[in-house]
Write a protein that binds this ligand. Structure first.
Ligand SMILES: [Zn+2]
Length: 120
């Protein structure tokens, strides 16, 4: 299962960062390309399962799907393409090449606010 592999690498990356910071992660955000075929529900479920018993347990995972990008051959503009609109927003041209799908990326991790020694 594709999602299980993704979940595993996400948990590993988050645990590593958490250990480095000695903080508890509470939320993580990842992004992936539209064409990647990651199913949000399946991935969230897999993530929860893999996170059990690690520093990642209870972390809320957000998944952002990035639209497919295209590059206009006429003006060089790069834009997000949708099924309903396949013209360049810059020059209204319809001649473009599709760019590679966005990779799976761990965008940010939010950690619990530290309760370290405060002065004062
Ligand atoms: Zn254009």
């Amino acid at each position: 299962m594709h999602e299980m592999t993704v979940a595993q690498s996400l948990v590993e990356a988050i645990v590593q960062e958490a250990e480095k910071r000695r903080a508890k992660p509470v939320r993580a955000k990842m992004s992936c390309g539209e064409l990647n075929g990651v199913n949000d529900e399946v991935l969230s479920f897999a993530f929860e399962a893999v996170a059990q018993g690690t520093l990642c347990a209870g972390v809320k995972l957000e998944i952002e799907h990035k639209a497919i990008q295209a590059k206009c051959r006429a003006c060089g503009n790069t834009f997000a393409i949708t099924l309903s609109d396949t013209t360049c927003p810059n020059c209204k041209g319809g001649d473009f090449e599709l760019l590679p799908d966005a990779p799976l990326l761990l965008e940010e991790i939010e950690f619990e606010q530290g309760t370290d020694d405060e002065e004062g």
